[in-house]
Design a protein around this ligand. Sequence first.
Ligand code: URA
Length: 288
Amino acid sequence: MDVRELIEWQHALGADEALEHQPRNHLVAAAEPTPKPTQKPALQTTPAATPAAETNAKPLPASSPTPVGARTSTKPVGSTNDAVLQAQKAANEANSLEELRNAVETFDGCLIKKTATNTVFADGVPEARVMVIGEAPGASEDEQGIPFCGASGKLLDAMFAAIGLSRQKNLYISNTLFWRPPGNRRPTPEELAMCRPFVEKHIALINPSILVLVGGTATASLLDPRTGITKLRGHEHHYHNEYLEQPIATFAIFHPSYLLRQPLQKRLAWQDLLHISTYLEKNFSGVS
Ligand code: URA
C-alpha cells in the first residue's frame, strides 16, 4: 500500500481528524536514545519523556485537560477542575449573550476547540419561548458554525415545524458542547463539565419558558445522569441552575440522528412534540 491508500483506508475506518498538532511517524521505532558513555547523566527527578511520543508535542499548560487520544501515563488530575473553575468564572462574568459568546470563543480549557474549525454557539431567536439544547456540533455544524445545520438538523427543523416552531421565528438552538468532538465521538464527562457553566449561563440569559433537551447526552448532562432518555421522555420535568430565579419546564425528546437510524421511534417523538405543543397552548395560548 502507498501512503495515499493508507490514508484513504484510515479515512474509510472513520479516522477523519488530526488529533495532534504535529504529525507523528508511527513507522519509526520509539527507541530511547542511548546516552554516550562520556555524557553526564541528566539531573532529573522525574522519568524522561518517551521521545517519539512526546518530543513533537507542544507542552501542555498546567491547566489543560488530558488531550483527546493523548498517550500519557500520568493523568493531570487537577487540570479538568482548573478548566471548570475557569469556565465558571468566565460564565459568571458574562452579563449578555454577546459577552457569553465572547467568553466561550476565548475559552481555551477544552482541547476539542483545537481540532474544531468553528465555535458553534447558537442559532435562532434569543427572545424565543422555546430553547433547544442538543449534544454537540457534527461535521456540517463545525464547518458552518451553526448548530443543527446538517442531516439531523434538517429532521429537527421538520419536527419543530410540525408544531409551528422554527429558528427563524420562535426557537433558539444550542448544544451541550460548543466544539465538534473529533470524529463525532460522544462528548466526555470532562468536556461536558467544562462547557456546563457556559450552558447554564446561556439558559439563564435566554430564560425560555420551555427547555427541550434533545437526546441522551443533553438529558444526562442537564437533567438526570442516572435515568435514560427512554424513561425521561414523555414527562414534564423542571430544570434549575444557580443562575436562574425559578425552574424551567423541561421536556426530553429523542435525538434526530437516532430517529434517522430508528424511524419507528418517530411515533414516540411525535407524541413528545404534541406534548410540548399542548403545554404551549395551555400556558401561553400558543407559540409566539
Ligand atoms: N447533533 C447535535 O446534537 N447538535 C448539532 O448541532 C448537530 C448534530
